[in-house]
Design a protein. Structure first.
Ligand code: AHR
Length: 499
């Protein structure tokens, strides 16, 4: 629990002369799938909406917000939906106008919400072109065979020749380790299927890279059989991280309580995320004899399953997401891909819509701070200062000595510019921070961008004034070593560096 105020200052030591690890910008990626109100009601208007549309029928407010978000890498069509998706249903003049979501097919053909089929392959590629992001496809390895996936790869090569974005990244199925997934099987059988798909898909386009469905610490055993059989042919191993979810039956419907102890447990999740990444990496090194880059191609703050239809993005959860992004920067040598799940109206999203209005949630602003300011490499930042201990919160481990300040340091390739991500986890006290660059000194003016809000559950709802928005200020030369960071905030200090 928090210690008494006033808090003593926190020292941050950025090792500006340490080996700099390149950060793959694809860690700032996003995800679109046929689930909840993401496609109909998010990207496209639902019945009764009078929201203005683009010339191609998308909701203009949502389309523009997605473009402004700078999604970098966009995964589609799922998720679980990918393993029931027949891509040929989404191309050509005669495609069906709507059909039942086949994910629910085990309950019978008439079950499941309708898929309005507005978003097919060509439309998705058009979005990637217009939003300036890289497409990342997930092939159906649950209910379709390798020939179908190879034909999709070939179709996409044709689209690239016509000038649409080329797709070089393919996941082979989704979460095949999970009992809820269509096609779920043993890891060895999935490994065999993965190899078959990869061979067929690479015959259609040898330039593609493939992602295998790995599991995180909940089902670590799954990875063993997969790696033993297929490690040499895996370009990236997928890991999904949904915290604080722990998939216990009695917890899947429990909402957040909004208490202060819960806040401190959630905001210590970086220790759990780093533990998960390092545990999977250690396993991979042991079984495969080498490290395999990770694709955290689904992650988010996931309290409960009702969030699929009742998404919420409060400041607390947006800062929890910021901690994930800081972890991905800190493990830049390992995590090459990450996709928030998901872009609009699901779990804790960057965008929320009602019938006619769209809001840019606190998480939208978090992402903009990262994509707008993070530099290309990561170096260590050591933090010493006041700290707290927190209790286990579902899948988030109990933590000791968690500094109120979380820090992640990024440098330009030539080491002349720094962007430091500084997160004050204290729910009500400002933090005094003293920054020191080992091997460099601050040069010239700096700029500090800060995101905070009036309470831990502040949010930006459609049609209401924003409670959480970023503010920026210049810091004159020589004054950037000592900063005061407001409570419950994420800041980015953008700073020139000299020798
Ligand atoms: O994004 C929500 C769902 O959660 C995805 O479809 C699935 O992959 C995961 O279990």
């Amino acid at each position: 629990m928090p210690i008494a105020s006033p808090l003593p200052p926190t020292q941050v030591r950025v090792d500006a002369s340490a080996p700099a690890v390149p950060i793959d910008r694809r860690i700032y990626g996003h995800f679109l799938e046929e689930l909840g109100r993401m496609i109909s009601g998010g990207l496209f208007p639902e019945k009764g909406s009078s929201a203005p549309l683009t010339g191609t029928g998308y909701r203009k407010d949502v389309w523009e917000a997605c473009r402004d978000l700078d999604p970098v890498l966009l995964r589609w069509p799922g998720g679980c939906f990918a393993d029931v998706y027949r891509w040929k249903d989404g191309v050509g003049k005669d495609r069906p106008k709507s059909y039942r979501n086949r994910f629910w097919g085990r309950l019978g053909k008439r079950f499941g919400p309708p898929v309005h089929n507005e978003l097919g392959t060509d439309e998705f590629l058009g979005l990637c072109r217009d939003w300036n992001c890289e497409p990342y496809f997930c092939a159906n390895a649950g209910t379709a065979g390798p020939e179908e996936a190879a034909a999709w790869v070939e179709y996409l090569s044709g689209k690239a020749r016509e000038g649409l974005p080329a797709c070089k990244l393919w996941s082979i199925g989704n979460e095949q380790f999970a009992i809820w997934e269509h096609g779920h099987t043993s890891s060895r059988k999935y490994a065999a299927r993965y190899l078959e798909f990869r061979e067929a898909m690479k015959a259609a386009d040898p330039g593609i890279e493939t992602v295998a469905n790995g599991a995180d610490t909940y089902q670590l055993k799954w990875n063993e059989g997969l790696l033993e059989k297929a490690a040499d042919e895996i370009d990236y191993l997928a890991v999904h991280i949904y915290l604080p979810q722990d998939y216990k039956p009695w917890q899947i419907i429990l909402p957040a309580r909004g208490t202060v102890p819960e806040w401190y447990s959630l905001l210590s999740l970086d220790q759990t995320v780093l533990w998960k990444l390092d545990t999977v990496d250690a396993q991979v090194r042991r079984v495969a004899g080498r490290s395999i880059p990770l694709a955290v191609d689904e992650w988010n703050i996931h309290w409960n399953f009702p969030q699929i239809v009742r998404p919420r993005a409060v400041l607390r959860d947006a800062l929890g997401c910021a901690l994930h992004l800081m972890c991905f920067q800190q493990r830049a040598g390992l995590v090459k891909i990450a996709n928030l799940s998901s872009l609009v109206n699901l779990l804790c999203p960057p965008l929320l819509t009602d019938l006619d209005r769209c809001s840019r949630t606190p998480l939208f602003h978090v992402f903009r701070l990262f994509t707008g300011h993070a530099r290309e490499t990561s170096v260590p930042a050591r933090v010493a200062g006041p700290s707290y201990s927190s209790k286990k919160l579902r899948g988030i481990r109990a933590a000791k000595d968690v500094p109120f300040l979380a820090a992640s340091a990024t440098l330009s390739k030539d080491r002349t510019k720094a962007a430091l991500f500084l997160l004050n986890r204290h729910h009500e006290e400002p933090l005094e921070v003293e920054i020191d660059y080992a091997g460099a000194s601050p040069a010239g003016d700096a700029r500090l961008h800060t995101l905070t809000g009036p309470s831990i559950t502040a949010e930006n709802l459609p049609g209401r004034p924003e409670e959480v928005s970023p503010a920026s200020r210049d810091i004159p030369a020589g004054k950037s070593r000592g900063l005061t960071l407001p409570p419950r905030s994420l800041s980015v200090l953008v700073q020139g560096l000299g020798g």
